[in-house]
Design a protein around this ligand. Structure first.
Ligand code: NI
Length: 207
């Protein structure tokens, strides 16, 4: 093909990829290689963190040791996806019944400017009495989000008087060891989360 056409094709491909990446980022469409519920997850995801919980106390990954945890990154001003996903986590916990005692639900804000401990303390009980809200300095949040491969950024939407956040929306299942046992895509039915969690509890899941 001639040089000009070649350049046009390359430019088109770049635009398509950029658009795809943008779509992925916008509210949680996972990257193509993202593992879904029950699949073995890249061991380099996750790790130690140090944050502040919704009561104002320091909270680290060690506070989760020994229990399973369902971790979700979101923000309280989110008009749609975050409340939906937190609602799904609450449903999964209800379905887990007695097994839910072994699972700590956690929301980590990716909007620490607005989501102070006080704001979180009014938000998390709306979803579940045991939901822990975590915030921190911009740097602390950046660190934990980076280790979980969570992308987020602020954007303005003309339909809202306040800014919104683009962010990836996985739910992470942490094993009692602190390692990621599974990742659930946004929209995973609660019963599928329950099945995967129980498989891990019974020790018959991969990973
Ligand atoms: Ni959201």
């Amino acid at each position: 093909m001639n040089r000009k056409l070649h350049i046009s094709v390359v430019a088109l491909v770049v635009v398509i990829f950029a658009f795809g990446a943008w779509l992925n980022l916008r509210h949680g469409k996972p990257p193509e290689n993202g593992a879904v519920g029950g699949m073995v997850v890249n061991a380099s995801i996750g790790g130690p963190f140090e944050l502040t919980d919704h009561t104002g106390a320091r909270f680290t990954d060690e506070d989760l040791a020994g229990d399973y945890a369902l971790i979700y990154f979101g923000y309280t001003f989110c008009p749609d996806v975050c409340p939906t996903e937190l609602g799904e986590i609450a449903v999964a916990l209800d379905q887990l019944d007695k097994d839910a005692d072994r699972v700590r639900p956690v929301m980590i804000t990716i909007d620490p400017d607005r989501d102070t401990a006080e704001v979180l303390s009014e938000y998390v009980p709306l979803f579940h009495e045991r939901l822990v809200g975590l915030t921190g300095t911009a740097e602390e949040v950046r660190e934990v989000a980076t280790s979980y491969r969570v992308f987020y950024r602020r954007f303005e939407d003309p339909n809202y008087t306040y800014y919104l956040m683009d962010h990836t929306s996985f739910v992470y299942l942490l094993a009692p060891s602190g390692e990621i046992a599974a990742m659930f895509r946004y929209g995973t039915p609660p019963e599928d989360m329950v099945t995967t969690i129980r498989q891990h509890m019974r020790g018959n899941a991969r990973g």
